[in-house]
Design a protein around this ligand. Structure first.
Ligand code: PEP
Length: 252
């Protein structure tokens, strides 16, 4: 059986004092999780703070982005090895905000995916369609194109050491969650597509759902057969919400 993973994406939120309060609240409450894993993906300046706090407990650390380059004249960028220095296990690549606001195309996302794995990080690869694309009935085409870009450079074996997050762009930060059936359909499509290359890798692939997951809808989403936890934005900033979502993954 696949493990469920819940990862909080704090986005560009937080301060030293707010983070301390949040981490102090969630770490002890999640100390007994065994059937699900939890992670927090924090802004770069707070990696050190989070790494120190997460020494106790069983929550993993992740980052929200990284450079595809190993080192060099890339002002303002952060490399995979720097993330490893701060104890990161995960890094989100291809979040829709990076794709839409910072011009990250499929090839760039794929290069980041490969660079993350090469360094020893587990990439959380975000894929998903916009509202216009859903309404044009091209959701599967869009998700397939985003996956194909990664498959072309990492191969299906690359996906064995990664997490995929299906995040319909229209559901992110909007309060509009995909219904469990809508999400399940795309998750099944993703697993089926990977299965065509390797049934074994597809069966073991953790596919998270992201898009306005809250304590109130997490259990239903996580009960679907191909939904293996969630990538959580807004609700990850509330200790009560995040803990309840992680608990729902533990039950599901
Ligand atoms: C996200 O940032 O990846 C996300 C899913 O955000 P939210 O949960 O707020 O929709």
């Amino acid at each position: 059986m696949r493990e469920k993973l819940v990862a909080g994406n704090w986005k560009m939120h937080g301060s030293l004092s707010e983070n301390k309060a949040l981490l102090d609240a969630i770490i002890p409450q999640l100390a007994d999780l065994s059937r699900a894993s939890c992670a927090v993906c924090v802004p770069f300046p707070y990696l050190f703070q989070a790494q120190a706090a997460l020494q106790s407990g069983n929550i993993s650390l992740g980052a929200q982005n990284m450079s595809q380059h190993e080192k060099g004249a890339f002002t303002g960028e952060v490399s995979a090895s720097m993330l490893l220095d701060f104890g990161c296990k995960y890094v989100i690549v291809g979040h829709s905000e990076r794709r839409a606001l910072y011009g990250e195309d499929d090839a760039t996302v794929a290069a980041k995916f490969v660079a993350a794995q090469k360094a020893g990080l587990t990439p959380i690869l975000c894929v998903g369609e916009t509202l216009e694309e859903r309404e044009a009935n091209i959701t599967e085409q869009v998700v397939a194109r985003q996956l194909d870009a990664v498959l072309a450079v990492a191969g299906v074996a690359g996906l064995a050491k990664s997490i995929v997050a299906y995040e319909p762009v229209w559901a992110i930060g909007t309060g509009k969650t995909a219904s469990p059936e809508q999400a399940q359909a795309v998750h099944a499509f993703i697993r089926g597509k990977i299965s065509a290359a390797s049934a074994e890798i597809a069966a073991g692939l953790v596919i998270q759902y992201g898009g306005s997951v809250k304590a109130a809808n997490a259990a239903q989403l996580f009960s679907m057969p191909d939904i293996d936890g969630g990538l959580i934005g807004g609700a990850a900033l509330s200790a009560d919400e995040f803990v309840a979502i992680c608990r729902a993954a533990q039950q599901g």
